[in-house]
Ligand binder design. Structure first.
Ligand code: TEU
Ligand code: CA
Length: 556
């Protein structure tokens, strides 16, 4: 298997709006990130992925871009960004930007032009359709509730928006539009950035017949069969690779909802010349119910292990895995798959070790390294995320398919604002994120969960992550070792091995708040040393009793 820097790297995701506010307007900014580069370098990460920092009206917190080559005014200036990039490189940190080209903001100049008239040169930069007798061009629903089509008076037509109304989908069938995207990408890469995370990149090619989707009990037709992994998506990515990506030594990771291992091979296979890796969503979908994240179900560890095994064995020696529990769209993992009360610290460490011992590039989302957890605001009105607010309006107020308290249960356990509360730097007011009330309330547990109380504590979650990252740099087996699962059927523990030449790692994780007894296969009962543990060191024996949320890796 080809060895390369982006396989050996650890990537830290910064959500700039919530990371650090340097000018005390309650909103995170670029100069705030500059203040914390040493914190990131000390943690030991190699790459920093910035969620969008481009000009945006912030309908979807920057994932609705109005100018790809200007900085969002709340975040600062292009000079601030140039300084950030330079300082990051000086500290040995690479900077990866978020490429959002499935859609723009409706305030982007291209869309302002496109909606002016049917013969405007930019008309076909977007997807316009006539309505039909029962109204919309088809029955597709938006990810952010409601129909996926918006009527536009000026030309008496509808435009497609798979996300918010203010996020019109770009028309990738249009070569001139594609070239505009490639020119913009080149402009950023020529500034010296180190790669792109590509937002819903597997949705850019749509089935041009735009057929109705299956309703199967939903409110709208399911458009996924016609918008995910579409007919020309690989053609476009091969073109993007040829025109832009192949000219630079960069990291590219596609955000690809709904991909299978087979699909992922099509995007990341070394001989496909498209992307380096993708974010799969199978793991993130294991605890969603009838109305998705709004009706969550308890997670089943055997399902989690089955997904991990499928992707570890499916991509081995052919593609490459991204390893993540968290990002700005997902609830905090210690609250989701761990225990954010009695075993908060222990389970946060267990989850960190469990993830980082797999084969792939690990991603750390801001605050994960502190064990930051989900939040519970008193009222729906304390929440900011358009996805939450639109779903509340549709499911609770309009269609009344869920009661307020049913819906709030989903908000507390699975909504995106769980990940977007301000980074908890210390126990001062507003957690040291800002000196004024931030754009979204701070999680009240900042007084006990914050960086200041952890960076010098050898027993903290932060120090445990730092230890994992140090080990990754010293032991190639963590990156390249062959994965084998040992306990597929056990609903309480997760045990697997990694093997590289004569060396082996044996990973034992207890995912419960009860002691669990496990039996070690005879062929693994060799001379063993504790590689890392979140508990007291103990020798490897045939029968091991793991304490609640104990996780230990042995090197054999
Ligand atoms: O997210 C894509 C995606 O899958 C979203 O639908 C998101 O995961 C949602 O929570 C699913 O219920 C990307 C960005 O990460 C997200 O922040 C943006 O809102 C979205 O695309 C549109 O740009
Ligand atoms: Ca600010």
């Amino acid at each position: 298997m080809k060895q390369t820097w982006w396989k050996e790297s650890v990537i830290y995701q910064v959500y700039p709006r919530s990371f650090k506010d340097s000018n005390h307007d309650g909103i995170g900014d670029i100069n705030g990130i500059r203040e914390k580069l040493d914190y990131l370098a000390d943690l030991g990460v190699d790459v920093v992925w910035l969620s969008p920092i481009y000009a945006s009206p912030n309908e979807d917190n920057g994932y609705d871009i109005s100018d790809y080559q200007a900085i969002m005014k709340e975040f600062g200036t292009m000079e601030d960004f140039d300084a950030l990039l330079n300082e990051a490189h000086q500290k040995g940190l690479k900077i990866v930007m978020d490429l959002v080209v499935n859609h723009t903001s409706d305030e982007h100049q291209w869309f302002i032009e496109s909606r002016k008239s049917k013969d405007n040169p930019y008309r076909d930069y977007y997807i316009w359709k006539e309505g039909n007798q029962d109204h919309y061009p088809n029955n597709w629903g938006s990810v952010f509730s409601g129909p996926a089509w918006q009527y536009d008076e000026a030309t008496n037509m509808y435009y497609l928006h798979l996300f918010a109304k203010k996020q019109p989908d770009l028309n990738w069938e249009n070569k001139a539009m594609r070239q505009s995207v490639y020119d913009m990408m080149t402009w950023w890469l020529d500034k010296g950035i180190d790669g792109f995370r590509m937002d819903v990149i597997n949705m850019i090619s749509k089935d041009q017949s735009f057929p109705d989707g299956e309703k199967n009990g939903g409110l709208y037709g399911n458009c996924s069969p016609y918008t995910v992994n579409g007919p020309r998506v690989h053609e476009y990515l091969k073109e993007m690779n040829k025109e832009v990506l192949s000219k630079y030594d960069i990291l590219t990771v596609g955000e690809t909802p709904g991909v299978s291992v087979k699909d992922a091979m099509g995007y990341t296979g070394e001989d496909e010349h498209e992307l380096n890796m993708v974010f799969q969503f199978e793991l993130m979908d294991i605890d969603l119910g009838q109305y998705g994240k709004w009706t969550p179900v308890p997670f089943d560890l055997c399902k989690l292990k089955a997904v991990m095994k499928k992707w570890q064995t499916g991509l081995e020696n052919k593609g490459w895995n991204s390893l993540y529990w968290n990002n700005h769209d997902q609830p905090r993992v210690v609250s989701r798959f761990g225990n954010d009360h009695e075993y908060h610290i222990k389970s946060a460490k267990m989850l960190a070790m469990c993830l980082h011992m797999h084969q792939g590039t690990p991603y750390i989302y801001q605050g994960e390294e502190l064990g930051m957890s989900n939040v519970r605001f008193d009222s729906i009105h304390d929440y900011k995320d358009i996805e939450i607010l639109n779903a509340y309006k549709e499911l609770v107020e309009d269609k009344k398919v869920l009661s307020e308290q049913e819906f709030m249960k989903g908000v507390y356990s699975h909504s995106r604002d769980n990940a977007r509360t301000p980074m908890q730097w210390d126990d001062s007011a507003y957690a040291g994120f800002s000196e004024v009330q931030p754009w979204i309330a701070v999680n009240p547990n900042y007084t006990s969960i914050n960086a200041k109380s952890q960076v010098n504590d050898p027993d903290s979650v932060y120090s445990f992550y730092k230890q994992l990252l140090t080990l990754r740099k010293q032991y190639k087996i963590m990156v390249y070792g062959h994965y084998e699962i040992l306990d597929e059927e056990n609903p309480n523990t997760y045990m697997y091995t990694r093997t590289l030449e004569q060396q082996q790692l044996l990973v034992l994780c207890n995912f419960t708040d009860q002691k669990q007894t496990v039996e070690i296969p005879n062929d693994l009962l060799k001379e063993a040393k504790v590689f890392i543990t979140n508990d007291i060191e103990k020798p490897l024996e045939k029968i091991m009793t793991l304490n609640p949320y104990e996780s230990v890796t042995y090197i054999l």
